[in-house]
Design a protein around this ligand. Structure first.
Ligand code: NI
Length: 262
């Protein structure tokens, strides 16, 4: 069984599935992806996301506000803690810093990130952290806020080995997406080789970042197989071994996700 540790199921196009979410999930499960973590990016769309996945025990969710969009409603740590008590919520995020998309004075991004870390610690739930072109500030704020007490994952990791190493030292997992299959991602593939197998997760970040050979097309959780195959090749492991280890890691990282569902 494969796990997609990070996807946005409320944003995936359902054209291939007659606009039927149930059919889409059934096809995903049939493909061998037995578990998905559907990740929140704002509170405006959160209730609809919760409702969309409510009937599927194979789908866990998170709550949080993504760093890319300043206009989103800012949650307080108290509000995030309260929402995190909703059934199926296993993590806080995604949160973090994005200096690639974000321009100008980004104090609001750093403040938002700090609020999420405080909420995760209070709720005793792991963090889903997004970091793009913001290595040193991400690590600095993680340290200043004591993010190691919450733990979690550096999602869709695209930074370098020194950053991965520092996140690993804080007890975080490192998750790789379809980006590792891209032609121009040779340096990132070297990072994959260095991350210990017991701390590595895989994800699609659907509907974004489809792996080769689907690059440029809409992504979906079943393509996490291509990510797993790439990890297997880089690590000299079988696909089955990568599936098994990353699934174990997922349940260890997101302990509230409970036991695997057969
Ligand atoms: Ni995402």
């Amino acid at each position: 069984m494969l796990v997609d540790s990070h996807c946005h199921l409320d944003r995936v196009g359902l054209e291939l599935y007659n606009d039927d979410f149930g059919r889409f999930i059934a096809a995903t499960l049939d493909s061998g992806v037995g578990r998905m973590l559907c990740v929140s990016i704002d509170l405006e769309s959160w209730p609809a996301m919760v409702a969309l996945v409510a009937d599927y025990p194979q789908i866990s969710i998170s709550v949080g506000v993504h760093p890319n969009d300043k206009e989103r409603r800012e949650p307080t740590p108290e509000e995030l803690v309260k929402l995190s008590q909703t059934p199926k919520v296993v993590a806080i995020g995604e949160t973090g810093l994005d200096y690639f998309h974000g321009k100008g004075d980004l104090d609001w991004q750093r403040d938002r990130f700090r609020r999420h870390i405080r909420a995760a610690k209070a709720a005793e739930k792991p963090l889903i952290i997004h970091s793009r072109d913001a290595k040193s500030d991400t690590l600095r704020i993680m340290r200043e806020e004591g993010a190691d007490a919450a733990g979690g994952v550096m999602h869709c990791f695209t930074e370098d080995w020194p950053m991965a190493q520092q996140a690993l030292e804080m007890g975080f997992y490192v998750s790789f997406s379809g980006i590792i299959t891209f032609n121009n991602a040779a340096p990132l593939r070297e990072v994959v080789k260095q991350v210990p197998m017991q701390r590595l997760l895989i994800e699609t970040d659907s509907p974004y970042l489809a792996p080769v050979p689907y690059r440029g097309k809409p992504n979906q959780p079943m393509y996490v197989r291509q990510v797993a195959e790439c990890v297997a090749a880089l690590k000299g492991l079988t696909l089955e071994a990568v599936a098994e280890r990353t699934t174990e890691n997922f349940y260890r990282c997101f302990a509230d996700a409970g036991a695997p569902i057969q």
